[in-house]
Design a binder for this molecule. Structure first.
Ligand code: ZN
Length: 76
């Protein structure tokens, strides 16, 4: 029996937020992006193996990875 499986990374843009940047110190809008690694079976995503979030400053472009708890704190 042939079994096709693999991993696939899915990027999903989320609503950003205005915050002060930890790199340039400016109070500007930040882009938020969800990065989910999915386990695929016959190219169909079956389950999410890991999920991380990336926040990008719109002023200096610096990117930092945050966990879901930090992301939930930002959404408030
Ligand atoms: Zn910045």
């Amino acid at each position: 029996m042939l079994l096709l499986f693999g991993l696939k990374t899915v990027l999903r843009p989320l609503t950003g937020r205005t915050a002060s940047c930890q790199y340039c110190g400016q109070f500007v809008h930040h882009h938020l992006e969800e990065r989910a690694t999915k386990f695929t079976l016959f190219f169909i995503p079956v389950l999410t193996t890991s999920r991380s979030y990336r926040i990008t400053c719109s002023n200096c472009g610096q990117m930092s990875t945050i966990n879901s708890r930090q992301k939930n704190a930002l959404a408030r």
